[in-house]
Design a protein. Structure first.
Length: 214
């Protein structure tokens, strides 16, 4: 019994040590694409840079939004890893490069992303876990429809199956969650103004996720 108590005490202490060495994890959560998650992450990156924090971009997806793309200026960007897969050249976050550069904080967009076949991890949230374990803090973003617990409900509402998902437990490991919300009308106005997708994708988007009512 005494030995079990000692073992439990040691394990508890080791867990505390590991936790203190682990990076901090912050996630911006939005109800859909276009609410401003990536924009807010980049704004925060600039604020951290001004305060002397070594922050770099591990992976970012601006979707060619001019306002968002403009915020990339001045933030160090870690080159993506190029992968040849099924005859195509694709790009993924270079997790090992992130760990080697070891910034204090790294931006990792698209938390629910599925990696190209042959990658070390199947999912980007697993890449993020490796980065956190290396002692690097991460700021990431995800849409609410990608949460496992929301998947069925979102599919019923939109009629669209969500193939990329993250376990809800991932949000339980965060140190901070920031909810980014707009009203449906505000979101549709942004869509029609071309601030979310380019003109060729607007009509399709309006017939899918971007509907005030169904």
């Amino acid at each position: 019994m005494e030995q079990d108590d000692k073992t439990g005490s040691v394990k508890k202490f080791l867990d505390l040590v590991k936790k203190s060495r682990r990076g901090k994890f912050k996630v911006y959560v939005g109800m859909s694409a276009g609410v401003g998650k990536t924009y807010r992450m980049l704004q925060e990156a600039h604020a951290l840079l001004k305060n002397g924090i070594d922050i770099q971009i591990g992976y970012i997806e601006t979707h060619n939004r001019k306002e968002t793309h403009a915020l990339l200026a001045g933030i160090p960007l870690i080159a993506r890893r190029k992968i040849f897969y099924k005859g195509k050249e694709l790009e993924e976050m270079d997790v090992q490069a992130v760990i080697n550069f070891h910034p204090e904080v790294v931006i990792v967009d698209e938390l629910a992303h599925t990696n190209v076949g042959g990658s070390k991890n199947e999912k980007r949230w697993q890449d993020v876990a490796d980065i956190l374990d290396a002692g690097i803090s991460v700021i990431s973003a995800v849409n609410i429809q990608h949460l496992e617990s929301m998947n069925e409900e979102i599919e019923i509402i939109t009629g669209i199956p969500i193939t990329e998902r993250i376990p809800d437990k991932i949000l339980d490991t965060t140190d901070e969650i920031v909810n980014i919300d707009l009203t449906a009308d505000e979101l549709i106005d942004r869509l029609k103004a071309g601030k979310i997708y380019d003109q060729t994708k607007i009509e399709r988007a309006l017939n899918n996720f971007f509907q005030p009512e169904r």
